[in-house]
Design a protein around this ligand. Structure first.
Ligand code: CA
Ligand code: CA
Ligand code: CA
Length: 277
């Protein structure tokens, strides 16, 4: 087992807890959007239950937040550099580094949000509130663009999120291609307004993030010979269909490999790990 980076844990747990009834940010959303986020957060929180039971020690029923953090951090959670095995064979470019930094930032955001809603022990409610907050981020940004306050976003309002630069090419109505394509992503029914559940589009990444974390918590179950390395043969058993599997993945970098797995495969992979004894 690698030395546990205590300074990072201190960073996570050293902040004062604000209490279990902290708002999740969806309170002022339109009812339909709020209900959808509550529902999605509740289902993801339910997926966490068997994972948490897995890390609970038999003599205690309540799982402290620190136990989850420990379980994640040994696998590269919240870490950016120093990945010896990956970087030696394939040196990271600045985009790799940027992606790692963003992922590490999100890891810290997840733990801080979880801590806000669960200062000591982890519960279903703590997860649900945390995931609500994370799901609220993009709809919140979209709703901020509602300049006339009618609860809907027109293209002219949406365009404020990506202002034109000098000499940028625009169409006859004065909008850029970027503005049009960004808007079209959200306006699924093409009625010229982002409204209702269209605002919740773009939150799927929260679900894949959560499943990546759940997989990381369980990943030691795939290490059949218990040498703290996932060999190619062990990886192959996990993802028999996958091409381009690395030669081996050390436990300390498992989360970096997990992030590369296709989002469609991550749920089944987690379930397969959960079924292993
Ligand atoms: Ca509006
Ligand atoms: Ca629409
Ligand atoms: Ca192994």
């Amino acid at each position: 087992m690698l030395p546990f980076p205590k300074f990072l844990l201190a960073l996570f747990i050293g902040l004062p807890a604000i209490g279990s009834e902290a708002p999740s940010g969806i309170e002022d959303f339109p009812a339909e959007v709020r209900k959808k986020i509550e529902h999605d957060a509740d289902s993801i929180a339910t997926e966490w239950i068997p994972i948490m039971q897995n890390i609970a020690s038999s003599d205690r029923e309540k799982i402290p937040l620190t136990q989850l953090i420990r379980k994640l951090m040994v696998h590269g959670f919240a870490k950016v550099g120093g990945l010896s095995s990956r970087d030696a064979t394939d040196p990271p470019d600045r985009w790799d580094i940027r992606r790692r930094e963003n992922a590490a930032k999100y890891d810290r955001k997840f733990i801080k949000t979880l801590q806000l809603h669960s200062p000591d022990f982890l519960t279903h409610r703590a997860f649900a509130k945390t995931i609500q907050s994370l799901l609220a981020v993009w709809p919140g940004k979209i709703l901020l663009l509602d300049a006339n306050g009618d609860g809907k976003i027109a293209l002219s309002e949406y365009a404020l999120s990506s202002p034109l630069v000098q000499d940028q090419e625009v169409d006859e109505e004065g909008f850029s291609k970027n503005q049009r394509s960004g808007f079209a992503y959200y306006d699924e029914n093409k009625n010229g307004l982002i409204e209702g559940l269209e605002m919740v589009r773009g939150t799927l990444y929260v679900q894949s993030k959560m499943r990546q974390y759940m997989t990381a918590v369980l990943i030691s179950r795939a290490d059949l010979d218990q040498n703290s390395i996932l060999s190619r043969a062990e990886l192959k058993r996990l993802l028999p269909e996958a091409k381009d599997l690395p030669d081996s993945v050390p436990f300390s970098e498992a989360i970096f490999w997990i992030r590369l797995i296709d989002p469609d495969d991550i749920g089944p992979l987690r379930d397969a790990l959960l079924q292993k004894e």
